[in-house]
Ligand binder design. Sequence first.
Ligand code: SF4
Length: 205
Amino acid sequence: MQVSWAELLAQIDGCTKCGLCRARTNPAPGEGDLQARIMFVGEGPGAQEDLQGRPFVGPAGQLLDKMLAAIALKREQVYIANIVKCRPPGNRVPTPDEAAACLPYLRAQVGLVSPRIIICLGATAARYCLGGEVRITRDRGKWVQRKGVWMMATYHPAALLRAPEKKREAWEDFKSIRERLRAMELEEEEQDDGKSANAEPGEDT
Ligand code: SF4
């Protein structure tokens, strides 16, 4: 049975399933359009995210906002979450046990939002969403389809802050996201036109 948003947020709020609960100020479960076409998944909360209980609100989040704006998307139009909901101390990579404990929450979020596109931001998100064999420098920008959902990995914005020379490749990936979204919008418009053309006169479409 699918959990409700309220139940899911309450579960995350009181979660003690892994050791990351001990040092957190707040969990940062995720936020955005609950019916978004596109979902972005990062690694875990940082210092600002831990304080505010929101994902991607620090410097990396500000860069993500700019990258979204460059493809005509606002943060409110997408859903943003992380592999782990509580901050790993010192922003270290979550351990496999921590990720395994937290992944059911991400799966529930994907089930509730039902996005058509999932973008993995960075190696950790790519590893747990796409598979351990994925290498971000080699495989970024490549689309794969899983259970009807288009998925792609690109650099984490924090990596772009550390290595600005990667921004050109990230921009190529974001342009590819924009193209896929446009193709989906066209497809949906064609389906709507088809429904209207088949409707009886006076029928509400
Ligand atoms: S990181 Fe996830 S599994 Fe670990 S305590 Fe936080 S919400 Fe629970």
